[in-house]
Design a protein around this ligand. Structure first.
Ligand code: TXA
Ligand code: MG
Length: 325
């Protein structure tokens, strides 16, 4: 049996809200990627997320709320966090902030840390679902752990559709940004830190802060990492990947970028115009499509410039290419 995948409307959103309040999981669209949602105040519901994804326990989850005011019930804001929330919420920015002692959030969403990653999604279906549920929603990307993030409802059905833990998928079409949110941490007394590049470019955040973001300490072990999503092989298709390829080899299929790609034999092009926003929106869907066509071949990816959203795209590509042992 596969999970029901229904067009989001008032009726199906109300049904999804009931399922969430009953502790079930619902996948829903956001402007970044599809989320696998659970009532963030219900430990069992949150645990089901880890189970459905087959995700290692130490990965904390992002909590989605209706607005800044609701976020203030769960975490404390320092001045820089206030500035970023004012500039980018609702939208693709996640802030990792100290947990309030009186928050009803499940401890499991923090996976043992004294912080909570929180964001206000801009997508109207996500907003309506949070409102109808009347609870904060914990939601990682709605894919099996270690696989690429879903940017369409069909991707969720392919990846998690057979999980008996998932009650329904709300279909809201393709995600506008197609790349997960940017995650910013605020170490005590330290500089705001770019924990995960994503939908909002570093430059835009630095402009609002009026200062450069710090980069996280390199972390090689699985204990004590501050953003466990940095796990090297977090975004892995099945086929091996070679990056920065200008000439395709015979046993490869090429993922192109820019106007030269067709003449180099690319099967798909992240952006013919060389537009990084368009490339970001296409990234996961194209990796997925090429992975399906690979039939034993490697995926070769043309160079993508490192500026703007290129940083996040290259981050995802290098994780996808990382040796998965
Ligand atoms: O766009 C997105 O962010 C999507 C949509 C559904 O909102 N969600 C998403 O969630 O990508 P997930 O669970 O796949 O990624 C959460 C990221 C991971 O890198 C995780 O390590 C980091 O946020 N994170 C969560 N809580 C944290 C915490 N307390 N401290 C540090 N990093 C945290
Ligand atoms: Mg994910």
């Amino acid at each position: 049996m596969t999970v029901p995948c229904v067009t989001a409307n008032d009726e199906t959103i109300a049904e999804a809200a009931n399922a969430l309040r009953a502790g079930q999981l619902v996948a829903f669209p956001t402007e970044t990627v599809y989320g696998l949602g659970a009532d963030a105040t219900n430990d069992e519901a949150v645990a089901r997320i880890f189970e459905a994804k087959g995700r290692p326990r130490f990965n904390p989850l992002i909590v989605h709320v209706s607005g800044k005011e609701e976020a203030g019930q769960h975490v404390t804001f320092m001045p820089e966090a206030e500035k970023l929330a004012a500039a980018f919420w609702p939208g693709g920015l996640t802030l990792v902030l100290p947990r309030r002692a009186d928050t009803p959030l499940s401890l499991l969403v923090s996976a043992g840390l004294d912080t909570v990653a929180i964001r206000v999604p801009a997508h109207s279906i996500a907003q309506r679902l949070i409102e109808a549920t009347g609870r904060p929603l914990a939601a990682p990307s709605a894919n099996a752990s270690g696989k690429v993030s879903p940017t369409r409802a069909e991707h969720v059905v392919e990846s998690l559709g057979h999980s008996p833990l998932l009650a329904m998928v709300l279909d809201g079409g393709a995600c506008e940004m197609g790349l997960e949110s940017t995650v910013i941490g605020f170490p005590e007394g330290g500089t705001p830190t770019l924990l995960r590049p994503g939908a909002i470019a570093r430059d835009d955040i630095e402009k609002v802060l009026g200062a450069p973001l710090a980069d996280p300490e390199p972390q090689s072990d699985e204990a004590g990492r501050s953003s466990p999503g940095q796990l090297a092989s977090h975004y892995a298709p099945n086929a091996p990947i070679r990056l920065n390829v200008r000439e395709k080899e015979n046993d490869e299929i090429l993922l192109g970028f820019g106007p030269d790609a067709p003449s180099l034999g690319a099967s798909l092009n992240l952006s013919v115009k060389g537009d990084l926003t368009e490339a970001a929106a296409n990234l996961f869907a194209m990796l997925r499509a090429l992975d399906e066509q690979a039939a034993g071949r490697r995926l070769a990816v043309m160079p993508v410039p490192h500026d703007g959203l290129g940083e996040a795209i290259n981050d995802r590509l290098s994780r996808a290419a990382a040796d998965r042992g």
